[in-house]
Design a protein around this ligand. Structure first.
Ligand code: PLP
Ligand code: TYF
Length: 394
């Protein structure tokens, strides 16, 4: 039977991990997979996470199943407070504890098509490749909307709105809440307002993928677009990942937050339990407990926010250093967009051949579409990258 299986295309981002590991050069630079790394190239366990784990370990008396197939309400509420702010509309909220942010995105797609089997999912072009592969795997109809202006390396806002004019009532529109992956280009708050108006006029439902809250301008700032959408639209899905901002990648922790009319809330909460049950039954709990403990314990929360601020400021500083170095080398402002982008990623705008040249000549690993993980840099490698970019003729 298994002889019928066809080889699957590998994940190009994950493949880079092995390619980098196998490169013997000492001064190689890993700008591939989207994992935060400090100046020493390590991905440390955050202080508040360690302390929360210690407290959980001490207090835990059982490993029996948690209270609901959709996860613990206390986790949904803590995440809703983080994402939507303390005054979020409690009577409109349903929640699902998921396997990572990816699991939240996936369950969001499932909910949309349960509600409307004719739905079309609109995804930005470009987007995180897994959005598209998951939709294909589900045999779910999807269409791209233009997002990125390759010339200016900013959001192609007019093109985006023009494409979204074709959205039908009951379609699902996927938006990156902040720190767009792979480009680093994000809408302004005024543009978020226009997006909200368009979706409202079209009767479409947004699915906001929020995987990097706190990695751009700040926890509040990075949630501003999502909050605006949540305040203006009657029905909203938000897939929040805890992998990056809590640094708990391998715990696989995420949350799908759903806002509906209060009259639909009970059925929605039951539907969220239903989709988890059909997928894996109860969700994993350890990461969700860590997150909930941190968010609801003032001294842990303050320490987490302080460490997250250091992480964010480090990336912002690297962005400025790289833009400054390229300004010096090229005598132009052509690369200033790197300082304007937010989050871990920037799309440089190099050709695949130029990306290959930087890898061969300088040991610099970035994704083939020229997405760079800024957190892979440090003060020593910034000038190396800038020189390689210029030498590759970008
Ligand atoms: N969405 C985007 C845009 C991402 O970049 C990621 C990154 O991994 C995810 C979702 C999901 O993250 P995870 O499933 O590791 O929480
Ligand atoms: O885009 C990234 O690099 C991160 C990590 O299949 C990631 O989102 C990449 C590929 C993948 C899962 C996670």
């Amino acid at each position: 039977m298994f002889g019928t299986l066809k080889p699957q295309a590998p994940d190009a981002i994950i493949q880079l991990i092995a390619a980098f590991r196998d490169d013997p050069r000492e001064n190689k630079v890993d700008l591939g997979v989207g994992v935060y790394k400090n100046a020493e190239g390590r991905t440390p366990v955050m202080r508040a996470v360690r302390e929360a784990e210690r407290r959980i370990w001490e207090a835990e008396t059982t490993k029996t199943y948690i209270s609901s197939l959709a996860g613990e309400a206390s986790f949904h509420e803590a995440m809703a407070g983080l994402v939507l702010g303390a005054d979020y509309p409690k009577d409109r909220l349903s929640g699902l504890q998921s396997v990572g942010g990816t699991g939240a995105v996936r369950q969001g797609f499932e909910i949309a098509r349960l509600a409307n089997p004719d739905t079309t999912v609109w995804v930005p072009d470009p987007t995180w490749p897994n959005h598209v592969t998951i939709l294909d795997f589900m045999h779910q109809r999807h269409r791209p909307y233009r997002y990125f202006d390759a010339e200016t390396r900013t959001v192609a806002f007019d093109a985006m709105l023009a494409d979204l004019e074709q959205v039908k009532p009951g379609d699902l529109v996927l938006l990156h809440g902040c720190c767009h992956n792979p480009t680093g280009a994000n809408p302004t708050l005024a543009q978020w307002a226009e997006i909200a108006d368009l979706l409202l006029r079209k009767g479409a439902v947004p699915l906001v993928d929020l995987a990097y809250q706190g990695f751009g301008d700040g926890l509040e700032e990075d949630a501003a677009g999502t909050r605006l959408i949540a305040a203006r639209l009657p029905e909203v899905l938000i897939a929040a990942s805890c992998s990056k901002n809590f640094g708990i990648y391998r715990e696989r922790t995420g949350c799908l937050l759903v806002l509906t009319d209060p009259s639909n809330r009970a059925v929605m909460q039951g539907t969220l339990a239903h989709v988890n049950r059909q997928t894996f039954s109860f969700p994993p709990d350890h990461g969700a407990r860590i997150v909930q403990t941190i968010l609801t314990t003032p001294e842990l929360r303050a320490d987490w926010e302080a460490e997250l601020t250091e992480v964010r400021n480090g990336m912002l500083s690297l962005r400025r250093q790289l833009a400054d170095e390229l300004r010096r080398l090229t005598n132009s402002d052509r690369f200033d967009f790197l300082a304007g982008h937010r989050g871990m990623f920037s799309r440089l705008g190099a050709t695949p051949e130029q990306v290959e040249k930087m890898r061969l000549d300088s040991g610099i690993y970035m994704v083939g579409d020229s997405r760079m993980n800024i957190a892979g840099l440090n003060e020593a490698s910034v000038p190396v990258l800038a020189r390689a970019i210029v030498d590759a003729g970008v």
